[in-house]
Design a protein. Structure first.
Length: 485
């Protein structure tokens, strides 16, 4: 009996050991971490603007109809020759009062866009600050410890969001999430680049991981909007914290967080930042995401103002973008490798520009479906092409150590989400929602031709030039295939 028990125990240990060596399980862990991080990122989109408005106007929440708020002005006395005043019908007075209330609410919503934008941007700004430290740190201690640290910080952030009742507390929660996101994103992408050295396989793996990100973006807004309307603010964040706890346990079992030293000398952060080809790839990620980042704080408020959209409608508006981002990342992980990642990203930027111009033309929720869908698909084209391209550029131009280059990639992503929300409120106030999106569209059109530089990036030395693909119809051949030949 004891021997059978020992054999069973050894069998389980062997299975767990095999699971720890599995690249696919590592990919699953990274995808789940990105899913939860971005689900938290977007769950707040339909919740925070209305929640902040309601705590400032407890007697007149945004969900209450103006007719229920307005107190009719009593009718004036009948005509009096000595005063030369005519009476105003009650229905006209009430209508005038509602119009005044509507204009006052409109002005407050526009003003609130600034505060909401700053809060949304705080996560990306903190993440920007953290990335240059997290990237080099992974070279010294490996990827697993920063990855687990990211889980802990995200869990704390989610709990604070659940019970926070003031702007300052929610701001702290959003900023804390930025540090956790930096740890998870940089470590996760570096881990995948290390586990998948083949360029084609790496592109497929990162496409799947970004699919997890896309799924988080997909589920977040409708999940947040529906839960907030029908259950309340606390429930969605408690559910997210429970899911995050499960991911943390999975990391403990599979990754076994511990210090791991890198055998290869890593490239310096300065060498990577000054590499023009890496900067071009990173710039594409920034320009692709700045438009959707500007829409996150401004679109719900614009919809509430122009369409009188309800909470669930504000959340559902992002659904087409999220679904198509999920499709785009999974499709262009492998397809970008075949057609040329520079071409996929260039096409994506052009489509993004066109969709941004179309969004302000919408007058109903249904009108947003096509431009938002195209926007999400095109962003997926750019992200799933440029993330593996960063790893490829490090392979051929530097040393194959990936923490710092994905710190740059994540910084590029965050730069869009820092600049977008931070400036969206100011731009909406000064030039309007429509012109703000037109300007971002023009910037995307202008940057697209720059990606021609990535058509055939040169290797730094002859040894690394073996990694560069010989092209047939702009198709990369991976490093491992070159070695086998």
């Amino acid at each position: 009996m004891g021997a059978a028990s020992d054999g069973l125990g050894m069998g389980w240990r062997a299975r767990i050991a095999a699971m720890r060596e599995s690249r696919k399980l590592v990919l699953v862990i990274v995808a789940i971490a990105l899913l939860l991080d971005n689900m938290l990122l977007t769950t707040v989109v339909p919740i925070i603007p209305e929640f902040l408005y309601d705590i400032q106007h407890p007697d007149a929440p945004l969900s209450m109809a103006l007719e229920d708020i307005t107190t009719p002005v009593p009718p004036t006395a009948p005509y009096c020759p000595c005063l030369n005043v005519t009476s105003v019908p009650l229905e006209n007075v009430t209508h005038m009062n509602i119009t005044a209330q509507k204009e006052a609410r409109h002005q407050e919503l526009i003003h609130e866009t600034v505060a909401v934008g700053v809060m949304f941007a705080s996560k990306a700004i903190v993440q920007l600050i953290a990335n240059p430290f997290v990237g080099p740190l992974t070279h010294k201690i490996g990827y697993s410890v920063p990855m687990f640290t990211g889980f802990i910080l995200m869990f704390l952030s989610t709990i604070i969001f659940a019970f926070g009742r003031s702007y300052s507390v929610l701001f702290i929660a959003r900023a804390l999430q930025g540090i956790g996101s930096s740890c998870s994103s940089v470590s996760g992408m570096g881990m995948l680049a290390e586990r998948y050295p083949d360029d084609k396989e790496r592109g497929n793996a990162m496409g799947i991981a970004l699919g997890g990100l896309a799924l988080g973006v997909l589920i977040g807004p409708p999940f947040g909007g529906l839960m907030y309307e029908f259950v309340g603010k606390t429930a969605p964040f408690l559910m997210l914290s429970a899911l995050a706890l499960g991911d943390g346990l999975l990391q403990l079992m599979i990754l076994q967080p511990g210090v791991v030293r890198q055998e290869t000398d890593p490239p310096s952060l300065k060498a990577l930042i000054t590499d023009p080809y890496i900067l071009v790839a990173a710039g594409a990620i920034t320009f692709a995401n700045v438009g959707i980042a500007m829409l996150e704080p401004s679109l719900p408020i614009w919809m509430a103002d122009t369409m009188e959209a309800r909470r669930w409608q504000q959340g559902v508006a992002f659904l087409p973008a999220s679904i198509c981002y999920l499709i785009g990342t999974n499709l262009f992980g492998p397809l970008g490798h075949k057609m040329g990642r520079w071409l996929a990203a260039c096409s994506g930027l052009i489509i993004i520009g066109l969709c941004l111009i179309l969004i302000p033309m919408a007058r109903k929720l249904e009108h947003l479906i096509i431009p938002n869908a195209g926007l999400g698909f095109a962003i997926g084209m750019v992200d799933s092409s440029m993330m593996p391209e960063l790893g490829f550029l490090v392979d051929i131009r530097h040393a194959a150590v990936y923490g710092s280059v994905y710190a740059i990639g994540d910084t590029a992503f965050c730069l869009g989400y820092a600049v977008g929300p931070a400036f969206s409120g100011t731009l909406v106030n000064s030039i309007g929602f429509e012109w703000m999106l037109v300007i971002i569209a023009i910037l995307n059109f202008a940057y697209a031709p720059v990606l021609l530089l990535l058509r055939s990036p040169p290797a730094i030395n002859e040894k690394q030039s073996l990694i560069i693909s010989e092209k047939s119809s702009v198709r990369y051949v991976s490093y491992q295939n070159e070695e086998e030949e």
